[in-house]
Design a protein around this ligand. Structure first.
Ligand SMILES: [Zn+2]
Length: 441
């Protein structure tokens, strides 16, 4: 096994595009150097996709573009988009290597519906992923840290991908507690944390609350743990919800934005002012989702991602269906990567009285109301012409009265400009997979 690791490590290090940029470190990383790296990586990836993958070759031929036409990042727009639906139910479609060289296959979670999407990794790509200059301050996990990984390990990439990051790249100690799998319960996770005293936790915003409820059951105070950082991923949430999580856990919580198909897409710094785009792994475009045309920095549109460290299953101009905008201005934290500001997923938006709302925008105002509990649903009706219905639990000790419903409704209406109606419930179902904040009735 040792031999296999060495062989692949050497192989990865010999990639021309990487060996030339191996001198970029966390201390000397610059925007110019990363842009130069991205340009070369893009050219290498496109050439490889064209040569070894018939799906991309056919698409590029149809678009009348050849690898030699891609000289700079600005030439990206010449390449055709890759859509989610093109990948569904076609396991090997992205492969630009021999099937026998594939070492790991992850499967989509299914939350967006439709047939499965398969993303595969060869040993070479596994090691290529270690290239990570500029991330150290964003992922400040190091040798000696004990990381509780409370993400799902099965099917998709979430748990395994972070396991690798913290174990291989950060040299930390990782505990694979998972998220409600065959042996994993919130209660057992609390006991493991009590025993091992972790310094870092990674989980989803909603599971952070589920674990906290299990801790409260046995009167274990999460703020007694020596935590220095928490990473939230898998689901988005509003700043107000995040603040609740930080208060309950007694530590700073930073977001990590990624997906099965693309890998890492954004890492939040301690300034909590957008997600830094991990330029070593991915290059970003923001497009008008209707016309496909490129938008300027600051304009909200759909994220289109091209991965730069996957030679054997390239992903070119992938339409993520996530919405947001890019701010190229320098961040107060000092990291040189531009920042992405997430504005939710296209499919999750609710239209009320003809106005389009992101659920996180609505959640922000809801979570500022101290009487409201941590579990709620926005109920979307087909016509939605009367306003927003909010089904929610109340904070512990708060009595459900018609007066309270009126008071909360008028506060929400004042905040979002739409009539609101509250329905109080005592026990919304705790999610086994991703949390559903919008229910369609
Ligand atoms: Zn920053």
């Amino acid at each position: 096994m040792e031999f296999l690791f060495q062989k692949h490590l050497q192989h990865a290090a010999q990639e021309p595009v990487l060996s030339r940029f191996s001198t970029i470190t966390d201390d000397n990383v610059s925007l110019a150097a990363m842009t130069e790296f991205q340009t070369e990586a893009l050219r290498a990836i496109v050439a490889r996709a064209y040569k070894y993958n018939s799906f991309y070759r056919k698409k590029m031929r149809r678009a009348g573009v050849k690898p030699r036409d891609i000289k700079s990042l600005a030439d990206l727009v010449k390449l055709p988009f890759t859509a989610k639906d093109e990948l569904r139910g076609k396991p090997w479609i992205l492969l630009a290597a021999d099937k026998k060289d594939v070492s790991l296959i992850n499967v989509s979670t299914g939350t967006t519906g439709g047939e499965e999407i398969y993303i595969m990794q060869t040993w070479r790509d596994h090691f290529l992923n270690e290239f990570s200059a500029g991330y150290r301050k964003l992922v400040d996990v190091e040798e000696g840290d004990i990381v509780i990984n409370a993400l799902p390990y099965e099917m998709s990439s979430a748990g395994l991908a972070f396991h690798k990051v913290f174990m291989d790249s950060s040299h930390a100690t990782v505990v694979n507690v998972g998220k409600g799998g065959a042996y994993s319960t919130p209660e057992k996770t609390v006991v493991v944390m009590r025993d091992l005293q972790p310094t870092v936790v990674i989980t989803t915003p909603s599971y952070a609350i589920t674990i906290a409820e299990a801790a409260a059951q046995i009167n274990f105070d999460l703020t007694s743990l020596p935590l220095k950082k928490m990473f939230l991923t898998g689901e988005g949430c509003s700043p107000a919800f995040r603040q609740r999580v930080e208060q309950i856990w007694g530590t700073k919580a930073n977001f990590y934005y990624g997906s099965l198909e693309c890998g890492p897409l954004g890492i939040e710094c301690d300034a909590h002012s957008g997600y830094h785009i991990p330029m070593g792994h991915v290059t970003f475009e923001i497009i008008d989702p209707k016309t496909g045309e490129a938008l300027e920095p600051g304009e909200i549109g759909e994220v289109v991602a091209t991965t730069l460290l996957r030679f054997d299953s390239p992903l070119l101009r992938y339409r993520t269906q996530d919405l947001g905008y890019i701010d190229p201005d320098p961040c107060s934290c000092g990291n040189v990567f531009p920042r992405f500001f997430m504005r939710g997923r296209l499919a999750d938006h609710i239209t009320i009285k003809g106005i389009d709302f992101s659920p996180f925008y609505l959640e922000e105002f809801l979570m500022r109301l101290p009487e409201v509990g941590n579990w709620y649903q926005f109920v979307a009706k087909p016509d939605n012409n009367e306003g927003l219905k909010i089904r929610t639990e109340l904070a512990p000790g708060v009595q459900p009265t018609p007066e309270l419903a009126d008071k909360l409704a008028s506060k929400m209406e004042f905040a979002i400009g739409i009539p609101c109606e509250f329905e109080f419930v005592t026990n919304l179902p705790r999610p086994g997979s991703k949390t559903v904040r919008v229910v369609r009735e």
